[in-house]
Each structure stands twice: as structure tokens, then as C-alpha cells.
Design a protein around this ligand. Structure first.
Ligand SMILES: [Zn+2]
Ligand SMILES: [Zn+2]
Ligand SMILES: [Zn+2]
Length: 292
């Protein structure tokens, strides 16, 4: 176990396992400079792990199941440890919490099925209508049979361990199936965190004040500007400069994540990157951790 992972095995820690919009980097079919540069070093879709090192073995929880889940689990190898009967395999996670039904957030679920990890009774928490959607998908039935699907209800905390809760908060976000989208509020023994990878607009949400109350707010930073869309109509996500202005009173709490492959923040030499750093706001990094 290296020094970094050792610290994850003490207390409660949130660990960033992915920072990109649903399609990851490179983005399929894209030959932009960011995507070409990332061929040798791909970046994963947005994901957060909560590791509770107070438990033996550590409690390990994943927020969202991304298409990159197999690589993301490997980053947790030392805290997961070996499977009880298959020593070459990792122990399965203690639970997964799903924010919503889009590809980057549920696209890793098939990896849990009989063709791959073959999990058994893995607790997966989701909105009740998203659970219905998963159960209705016949093509996913063998995988769903290995899950213990459990409903999430707005503002009802779920206790993971003493002094560790996760609470779903509804957010407005493109919703093709009418199943809803959640942000997650995680309260640890010492600190709190908000995980909000997707939202259509800050102005459509009545609960922005929750950002003032947390120690860390990991928020949707998909796009810097509408110019990234190559003339297509504006995608419903807040633009980063607007987010920086709206939350200018709490820059130290903000951590930007869920970046689209077009976002200039991917280039550390860009004016946007410098402007964000100068505002005192962090841009999420793979492996970055937050003690809770
Ligand atoms: Zn997303
Ligand atoms: Zn690209
Ligand atoms: Zn989405």
C-alpha cells in the first residue's frame, strides 16, 4: 500500500475517481486537440468514492457507475482488498449510489453482471423510478439480478456507518424518462461534501444555499462557454464563468468536475485555467482526496 492509499485507510475520505463529462476523454469520434492529446492518457468519467477506514475492512462506496468503472475500481484495490473466495479478484464494493439515468452515471453497471464482475447482492441505491427503469430493461436482467436495488428518497439520509450519512437532494437536469436526478450530500465525522455532477441551471434550483453549508462542493463544470458547442443550441449546464461569479463568496469550497472534452480547463496553459485558479477555485484531479 503506498502512502497515499494508507491515508485513505484512516478516518473517512472522499476520493475523486473521474473528472470528465459522461463520454470521458478522449470523446468517441472526436479528433479535437484535447482528445488527441488524451489518447495516451485517457481521463475517466466523473465519479467519487467514499472510503471509511474506521471499518475493517474499510467501507467503500461509489457515487455513480461510469463506463470507466473497471479502471476506477483498480484505484481502490488496496482499500477493497481481495475477494473472500477468489483471491485474484477484488472484494465487491459495499454500495453504489446513482445520481441519475444518463450513460456516464449508469453505463458501468453492465460490468457488474455475470460476464464480468458477477456481483452478488450488491446494494445499489437509486431513485425509485430509476430502479423501475433498470428492472424493466430485459437486456440488463442478468446483471440486475446480482444487485440489491434500494430506493433513495429526497432529503432522507442513509446511514452508512456511525457519523457517516449520504442524503440525496433533487436537482433539475434533462430527464428523458421522468426519473429525476440527485446530488448527494455526504456528512462525515468531521466534514461535509456535496457531489453535484449534473445540473441544468443554478437559477432553476431552489437549494443552492446548500453549497454555503458544506466544506467541499464538487460541481458541474461541463462547459466554459457556449462556443464549445460548434453552433449547436446551448446545452443545459451552467457555464463555468457564471458558476465562479455566483459562488464568488465561497471559492475555497468549490471543486469543478464533469468537464466536457471541449472545456478549455483541460489545458493548464489556458486563460480559463489561470482565471479559475486565480479565483481560488479548484479543478478536480484524479486521486484528489478530501478528509471528511
Ligand atoms: Zn453527466
Ligand atoms: Zn474532443
Ligand atoms: Zn446527465
Amino acid at each position: 500500500m503506498n502512502k497515499k492509499e494508507k491515508s485513505w485507510a484512516e478516518g473517512v475520505t472522499a476520493v475523486i475517481l473521474g473528472t470528465m463529462q459522461d463520454g470521458g476523454l478522449p470523446h468517441i469520434g472526436c479528433r479535437c486537440a484535447h482528445c488527441q492529446a488524451a489518447e495516451a492518457q485517457p481521463q475517466y468519467a466523473a465519479c467519487l468514492a467514499i472510503v471509511d477506514g474506521r471499518q475493517t475492512p474499510p467501507g467503500v462506496y461509489l457515487l455513480d457507475a461510469t463506463p470507466d468503472i473497471k479502471h476506477q475500481l483498480n484505484l481502490l484495490a488496496d482499500v477493497l482488498g481481495p475477494h473472500s473466495t477468489r483471491p485474484n479478484r477484488l472484494r465487491q464494493l459495499d454500495a453504489i449510489f446513482l445520481t441519475h439515468a444518463h450513460m456516464g452515471h449508469i453505463g458501468g453497471l453492465p460490468q457488474l453482471g455475470p460476464e464480468a464482475m458477477a456481483v452478488q447482492d450488491l446494494p445499489v441505491y437509486a431513485a425509485p423510478l430509476l430502479i423501475d427503469l433498470l428492472q424493466e430493461a430485459r437486456v440488463w436482467r442478468p446483471m440486475v439480478n446480482g444487485l440489491a436495488l434500494r430506493p433513495l428518497h429526497p432529503h432522507q439520509p442513509i446511514s452508512l456507518a456511525p457519523n457517516l450519512t449520504i442524503t440525496p437532494i433533487p436537482v433539475p437536469h434533462r430527464d428523458e424518462w421522468g426519473v429525476g436526478t440527485f446530488a448527494f450530500h455526504v456528512q462525515g465525522p468531521g466534514k461535509s461534501l456535496l457531489y453535484l455532477p449534473d445540473i441544468d441551471a443554478w437559477t432553476l434550483w431552489a437549494e443552492t444555499a446548500v453549497l454555503d453549508t458544506v466544506d467541499y462542493a464538487l460541481v458541474d463544470a461541463s462547459f466554459w462557454s457556449n462556443d464549445e458547442l460548434g453552433g449547436r443550441t446551448a446545452v443545459a449546464h451552467p457555464l463555468v464563468p457564471d458558476t465562479l461569479v455566483r459562488f464568488a463568496h465561497i471559492p475555497g469550497q468549490l471543486v469543478l468536475t464533469h468537464l466536457n472534452h471541449t472545456n478549455p480547463l483541460l489545458n493548464i496553459e489556458s486563460v480559463s485555467y489561470m482565471q479559475t485558479c486565480r479565483a481560488g477555485v479548484q479543478i478536480a484531479r484524479l486521486g484528489q482526496d478530501f478528509p471528511l
